[in-house]
Design a protein around this ligand. Structure first.
Ligand code: ADP
Length: 290
């Protein structure tokens, strides 16, 4: 890292994120497990209750947020100081690498460049006041994930997995990465857990079921819930109106909203405990100095 970059790394992100109350990373070990879909619908679920919410799409390999929010051909607005302002769709503020390079050419991310480009990107966004900022992380546990987890003051992380063993193995790795860098794991979500037949209401466990709950218990993190396979999730995401916005009363949408509430409660409890610990320390210091 150059000294100029280091300077940016240290000074800029905290300044620009000072108006953000909670920053939640949504992560997965593997791609394609529904991480962006979960991040989008959780954000919408939380915003339904009046919170100011944003999503930062950090998926350098294939940003999906522009498509899911109907902003595929939109570009970011930039001011004279090269600061970038989020776009907005369905009441959620959005920023994506897809808005910066929105042609069909993939950005080639070479190892040493990943850190520098991500930091520059993260440092340039003006969010304003927010209650929740959800980060849609790239899948895996490589350089990009480490850069983000270590340069942004994360309130917590949510891990998304599907029930198959190949996904669970990598979800476990992602979970341990957050524990290693001392980011609280708010819990694990098992996506595509089962399928309810729309004709006969019979439940089929297409990819097995229950692995998410099992590794949550094993690694002692909360299990946030199971989300069924639903073709409406795909359709709504592809149309640019995620299911929580399109069909807020559907079973799947209610599940996303419940998980959003559970995350919000955990964050508030953690915040209260931190204040309490701080107050206790102040009291101890005051007693010592008497
Ligand atoms: P990731 O971010 O992990 O790569 P995406 O969120 O892009 O995954 O989802 C991959 C595909 O799976 C998308 O087509 C999405 O619509 C679909 N998908 C996600 N969750 C569900 C679900 N619960 N039921 C059906 N399809 C889903």
């Amino acid at each position: 890292m150059t000294s100029k970059c280091k300077e940016k790394f240290i000074t800029n992100p905290p300044d620009l994120l000072s108006g953000v109350r909670y920053i939640v990373a949504v992560a997965s070990g593997k791609g394609g497990v529904g991480k962006s879909t979960v991040a989008s619908n959780l954000a919408l679920g939380v915003s339904k209750f009046g919170s100011k919410v944003a999503i930062l799409d950090c998926d350098i390999y294939g940003p999906s947020i522009p498509l899911m929010f109907g902003l595929l051909n939109s570009s970011v607005k930039m001011n004279a100081e090269q600061k970038m302002f989020p776009l907005e769709s369905h009441g959620v503020k959005l920023m994506s690498l897809g808005f910066v390079s929105n042609d069909q050419t993939p950005i080639i991310w070479r190892g040493p460049m990943v850190h520098q480009i991500l930091i520059q990107f993260l440092s340039s966004i003006v969010w304003g006041d927010l209650d929740y900022l959800f980060l849609d992380l790239p899948p895996g546990t490589g350089d990009a994930q480490l850069t983000i987890t270590q340069s942004i003051r994360l309130s917590g992380a949510v891990i998304v997995t599907t029930p198959q063993e190949v996904s669970l193995i990598d979800a476990r790795k992602a979970l341990k990465m957050f524990q290693k860098v001392n980011v609280p794991v708010l819990g694990l979500i098992e996506n595509m857990s089962y399928f309810i037949c729309p004709d006969c209401a019979k439940t089929s466990e297409i990819f097995k079921r229950g692995g998410g709950r099992r590794i949550s218990e094993e690694l002692q993190v909360p299990f946030l819930g199971e989300i069924p396979i639903d073709s409406e999730v795909v359709k709504s995401g592809d149309e640019g109106t995620p299911i929580v916005a399109k069909q807020p009363d559907s079973v799947v949408s209610k599940r996303y909203s419940e998980i959003g509430i559970a995350i919000g409660i955990q964050l508030k409890v953690m915040e209260r405990n931190r204040h309490r610990d701080k107050n206790d320390l102040v009291q101890i210091e005051m007693k010592k100095n008497k």
